[in-house]
Write a protein that binds this ligand. Sequence first.
Ligand SMILES: Cc1cc2nc3c(=O)[nH]c(=O)nc-3n(C[C@H](O)[C@H](O)[C@H](O)COP(=O)(O)OP(=O)(O)OC[C@H]3O[C@@H](n4cnc5c(N)ncnc54)[C@H](O)[C@@H]3O)c2cc1C
Length: 295
Amino acid sequence: MSENLKKIEKCCLSFKKNEDMALHCSFKCGGRARFFCVPKNLSCFVKVLRYAALEGLKVFVLGKGSNTLFKKFNGIVISTQNLNKIKVKKNLVYAQCGVEFSKLSQLCLKSSLTGFEFATGIPASIGGGIYNNAGAYGKELCDVVKKVKVFDGKKCFWLDKEDMGFGYRNSIIQKKQLFVLSAILCLKNGDKVKIKNEMFDILQKRRDKQPLNYPSAGSVFKRQGEIIPAKVIDNLGLKGFNINDAQISQKHAGFIVNKKNAKVYDIEKLIKLIQQKVFEKEGIILETEIEIIGE
Ligand SMILES: Cc1cc2nc3c(=O)[nH]c(=O)nc-3n(C[C@H](O)[C@H](O)[C@H](O)COP(=O)(O)OP(=O)(O)OC[C@H]3O[C@@H](n4cnc5c(N)ncnc54)[C@H](O)[C@@H]3O)c2cc1C
């Protein structure tokens, strides 16, 4: 093993070769990554990013893997699962990039802080959520973000919300290839019972409309203004259409679900088929929200 890889291993709780990425993605399928590691803490995360660059490795930072589909990845996947410190000070919440939305929701409820209810049930990490400006029910993460600490490959620094380039499922993290280290969210003092009820209602809506009993990565395609992909796909009668175990959900046409043993290849083929049919019949080019990584 090279010196850089040995240094990476030292910074990590676990360091594996040829890792099965199905274990780390909400679709529960995927190819293998050449290296997979879990940095011990934030300073180790930055060191790993530096050593990986010195080694000339392709890097993929993985949050909860709820928007990602892996083919064979000839690089290093760096999981943020152990970067999960979280602190509340009055109405401000400091969260490291690996903090799960569910943990943050529970903390907001416990602290009677309102503003994050919309995110209930999104299976994201803070890093992935900021990268995508995750949103639901008319709100987005950028509505509550105050500052984000990033690493640009050379140095670490804070960016104010105004400098984050937030847009629909977009942020400067994508455009400038930055790494999210942590964030400060600004919430409001609220009523615990109201917060709890709102969270419950949102979870109920998700259960009613989304196929949560099968692995998926949420909505496959991005909305385009008034165009809602799920409606377009449904109108074409494609609900339930499948390629092997990859199926356009019967419950929500915007989701592709893994019925049992779907392969990345099946999901990718199904995505292309939907795009082709929607273009042929409606002249709309559907853009994917989920990311397909590797070759
Ligand atoms: C059942 C279900 C429901 C969903 N509902 C919604 C919804 O309502 N709204 C919504 O917006 N999304 C939804 N999603 C999609 C998904 O949860 C979001 O896109 C989420 O933001 C992805 O977060 P993640 O941590 O899983 O990111 P990952 O899939 O791990 O990564 C996504 C991207 O973020 C990057 N990234 C992750 N961490 C960092 C970091 N620290 N620094 C830099 N880049 C990083 C990754 O490299 C990758 O490019 C849903 C998914 C599922 C499975």
